[in-house]
Design a protein around this ligand. Structure first.
Ligand SMILES: Cc1cc2nc3c(=O)[nH]c(=O)nc-3n(C[C@H](O)[C@H](O)[C@H](O)COP(=O)(O)O)c2cc1C
Length: 350
C-alpha cells in the first residue's frame, strides 16, 4: 500500500525526504484548457493546503497531473510542529454526524486498502518554516510548475492570546503580500482555525472579522486572487452572512476543512496525547456534510448574485455535478497519487 507521507515519522522528516514515492508515473492524459480564477489550467483537479509540504511535494504531484497545487499553510514566523503522532486512521468508514459535537472517533488499527475510503485525522499545529526559508521555496515551487498548472499559497496569522484583532488582520494582509512576492499566483487565508484574539470559536464563523481579513488580504495580494478556507457551518444563515461579507474582496472560498472531533484509542485515551484531544477529521467520513455545505454555498451565490467561486474539498464527481469551480483532494492523493491521471482519462472536461 502506498503512503507518500510516512505517518510513523516526523513532519520534518517528511519535509526533508518526502514524498515517499518512486512511481509509477503514468503519462498524464492531455486535457483541454479551462479557466480557474482567470488562469488557464489543464484541469480543475487540485490538492488543498496540507499534503504539499514544500516545492519537492509540489513538483511530484504536478508531475502526477494535479493542476491546482496549494503550498501548505505558512506563517510570518517559524512555528514548530507538534509531536508524533500527527496523522492517524479512524476506525470504519461511517459518515460523521456534524450535529454530534461530543461524539468520539475511534483510532483505527490499520488503513483501508482503498485510499478513497480512508477517514483519518491530523494534528500538526500548523507548523511553518520561517519566511527566510519558505519564500525562496515558494519561488522554487512556482518554477517547477508545468504549463497549465497554478500555485496557491495558504497563509495563517500567528496572534497571541493578548494580541489585538487588528494585529491579526494586519498579519494576514502582510502574509498575502509576502506570498505574492514569493511567487504565489493565488493566496489563500486559512480561516478555519480558532480565533485566539477573542476566543469566540473559529474565525470563519465570524462574518464581520472574515470580511475584514478578506479586505486586508485583497489589499496585500495586489490584484492576484484571494481564496478563504472555511470550515463546516452547522447554520446556513451564518454561511450566507459570511459569503456576503467576503464577496468582492475574496475571489472564492475553499470548503470544507476537516471537522474538529475527539479521537480516542480503544481504552479511551486521547489518541494524539493529553492536551491535544481535538483534531481535524478528514476524508471519507466528512464527505456527506461537506457536500451539503457546498451546495448551500452555491445556492447563496446564485440567489444573492455574488461573484464568489466555490472550490470544493473532498469527493470529486458530486462536487463538479453541483457546479464547483474546482475540486481539491486533501488526503486521498497521499494514498493514491495517480488519482488525477485516472480522473483525466475518464473526465477530460474536469
Ligand atoms: C496532512 C494534512 C495536513 C493539513 N494541513 C492543513 C493546513 O496546513 N491548512 C489547511 O487549511 N488545511 C490543512 N489540511 C486540511 C486539508 O486542506 C483538507 O481540508 C482536508 O484534508 C479535507 O479534505 P479531504 O476530506 O479530501 O481529506 C491538512 C490535511 C492533511 C491531510
Amino acid at each position: 500500500m502506498i503512503n507518500t507521507y510516512d505517518v510513523e515519522r516526523t513532519y520534518d522528516w517528511n519535509y526533508q525526504n518526502g514524498p515517499v514515492y518512486n512511481g509509477p508515473f503514468p503519462e498524464v492524459p492531455k486535457t483541454p484548457g479551462k479557466n480557474f480564477l482567470g488562469l488557464t489550467v489543464n484541469s480543475r483537479l487540485g490538492i488543498p493546503a496540507g499534503l504539499l509540504l514544500n516545492s519537492n511535494w509540489i513538483d511530484a504531484y504536478g508531475r502526477l497531473g494535479f493542476d491546482i497545487l496549494t503550498y501548505k499553510t505558512v506563517r510570518s514566523q517559524y512555528r514548530e510542529c507538534q509531536e508524533l503522532p500527527n496523522w492517524v486512521y479512524i476506525e470504519g468508514d461511517d459518515q460523521i454526524d456534524p450535529s454530534k459535537l461530543d461524539e468520539k472517533q475511534k483510532l483505527g488499527a490499520s488503513r483501508p486498502a482503498d485510499g478513497t475510503k480512508v477517514t483519518s485525522s491530523v494534528s500538526f499545529g500548523m507548523p511553518s518554516k520561517s519566511p527566510d526559508e519558505w519564500m525562496p521555496d515558494v519561488a522554487r515551487a512556482r518554477d517547477v510548475l508545468r504549463p497549465g498548472q497554478v500555485l496557491i499559497v495558504s497563509v495563517v496569522a500567528s496572534p497571541e492570546p493578548e494580541s489585538d484583532v487588528s494585529e491579526m488582520i494586519a498579519d494576514f494582509g502582510n502574509l498575502a503580500a509576502m506570498a505574492r512576492e514569493a511567487g504565489a499566483q493565488i493566496v489563500e487565508a486559512n480561516l478555519s482555525c480558532p480565533n485566539v484574539c477573542t476566543a469566540e470559536g473559529d474565525i470563519f464563523l465570524d462574518a464581520e472579522l472574515s470580511g475584514k481579513i478578506a479586505a486586508a488580504m485583497h489589499k496585500g495580494a495586489e490584484g492576484i486572487p484571494v481564496l478563504l478556507k472555511l470550515g463546516h457551518f452547522a447554520d446556513n444563515i451564518r454561511l450566507a452572512e459570511v459569503l456576503q461579507a467576503v464577496d468582492g474582496n475574496a475571489a472564492g472560498v475553499v470548503m470544507v476543512n476537516g471537522i474538529s472531533r475527539q479521537v480516542v484509542t480503544g481504552d479511551g485515551k486521547a489518541a494524539f496525547g493529553q492536551g491535544r484531544e481535538m483534531s481535524g477529521i478528514l476524508g471519507r467520513g466528512i464527505h456527506a456534510f461537506s457536500l451539503d455545505n457546498v451546495k448551500t454555498a452555491m445556492d447563496v451565490v446564485s440567489n444573492d448574485n455574488l461573484s464568489l467561486e466555490i472550490v470544493a474539498v473532498g469527493g470529486v464527481k458530486p462536487y463538479f455535478d453541483a457546479g464547483a469551480a474546482a475540486v481539491m483532494m486533501g488526503s486521498a492523493p497521499m494514498f493514491d497519487p495517480t488519482l488525477a491521471i485516472s480522473f483525466k482519462q475518464k473526465y477530460p472536461d474536469w
